[in-house]
Design a binder for this molecule. Structure first.
Ligand code: PEP
Ligand code: MN
Length: 340
């Protein structure tokens, strides 16, 4: 739409789309609103829309992912999580344990990451574990402790939903619902996330291509949830010096193909505590909108992912270094980041 197009003009375009039997998707932007069209099985004639008032141009999206594509929306999308804008050019740090283990543990963690300058708190209450005998998470009690931690610190909560059955519950507590790597192609879960009003953090599957990653995000947008944050968390390769190979080149690759923000998880991306800081800095240098990092008050005693978790002092150091890198990049940015 043209920059000055108002609600009536947008509504008129949506009516035209619906009258043709298709689905309109209103995606607001800083300067102009994009309206995506899905539900067509064959190409649509741009002339059907170009004559409507307020329409700037009608574009055929060439990529298989439509709503996620930068062809649909040129400006970056900033996703707001509990008042924090992810993807607007400011550094966003999310820290916290792999799993919520107890009330004391998550409160201690929340205070520590807050003191270090993080804006968001992570912590799983439902854990996707390789072994059925490993700690599976505290379930609803974990969600309640997370809510208490939010109350105590003001930090927004990012927590994972591992299935459709528990999605409602997770959604009712979370500020942002994580879909983990193992579920990136769980299509019923993606569709449920698409019907959610909460932002979604979609982690890249451990063997997924960029196109599969963006198509997974497309499922969520196609069902009406346009608030998706992508997350690179490492992929499986032959390399065995790390748990996964953090594919930082996917950050600029995503940015050229999609308007959605992308953050990086250097914890799962390396699986090793001493590799987290360097890869966190590299991720920001590569253009990531933020980081999600595992932090535990006592990593040696963690019930999951202790070997890749930082202690609070290490996280504080990481946060400080990240702010330095981020300030340098911001000061050298020639074009301001435009995001809704
Ligand atoms: C996690 O965030 O703890 C997690 C299980 O991540 P991933 O899905 O990336 O393995
Ligand atoms: Mn973990």
């Amino acid at each position: 739409m043209k920059a000055h197009a108002g609600p009536a003009e947008i509504a008129r375009v949506c009516e035209r789309i619906e009258s043709l039997g298709f689905k309109p998707h209103i995606i607001p932007g800083e300067q102009r609103t994009a309206i995506g069209i899905t539900g067509n099985n064959s190409p649509i004639d741009p002339a059907d829309f170009e004559d409507l008032p307020g329409v700037a141009e009608a574009i055929r999206v060439s990529k298989p992912y439509k709503l996620v594509s930068r062809e649909t929306k040129r400006e970056n999308t900033a996703v707001t999580v509990n008042g924090v804008r992810v993807g607007c050019g400011d550094l966003v740090l999310c820290g916290g344990p792999c799993s919520v283990e107890s009330r004391d543990q998550i409160l201690e963690c929340a205070h520590a990451v807050k003191a270090a300058g993080a804006q968001l708190l992570r912590g799983g209450a439902y854990k996707p574990r390789t072994s059925p005998y490993s700690f599976q998470g505290l379930g609803e009690a974990g969600l309640r402790y997370l809510a208490e931690a939010r109350e105590a610190t003001g930090l927004g909560i990012v927590t994972e939903a591992i299935d459709v059955e528990t999605f409602d519950l997770v959604e009712s507590y979370a500020d942002c619902v994580q879909i983990g790597a193992r579920n990136m192609q769980n299509f019923s879960l993606l569709r449920r996330a698409g019907r959610s009003r909460k932002p979604i953090l979609l982690k890249r599957g451990m063997s997924s291509t960029l196109e599969e990653f963006l198509m997974a995000a497309e499922y969520i947008l196609a069902d009406g949830n346009y608030n998706v944050i992508l997350c690179e968390r490492g992929v499986r390769t032959f390399a065995d010096h790390t748990r996964n190979t953090l594919d930082l080149s996917v950050v600029p690759a995503v940015q050229s193909l999609s308007h959605l923000p992308i953050i990086v998880d250097p914890s799962h991306g390396t699986g090793k505590r001493d590799k987290v800081l360097p890869m966190a800095l590299a991720a920001l240098a590569a253009g990531a909108a933020g980081l999600i990092v595992e932090v535990h008050p006592n990593p040696e005693k963690a019930l999951s992912d202790g070997y890749q978790s930082l202690d609070p002092a290490q996280f504080a150091e990481l946060a400080e270094d990240c702010r330095a890198i981020s300030a340098l990049l911001t000061s050298r940015r020639r074009v301001p980041v435009l995001a809704n």
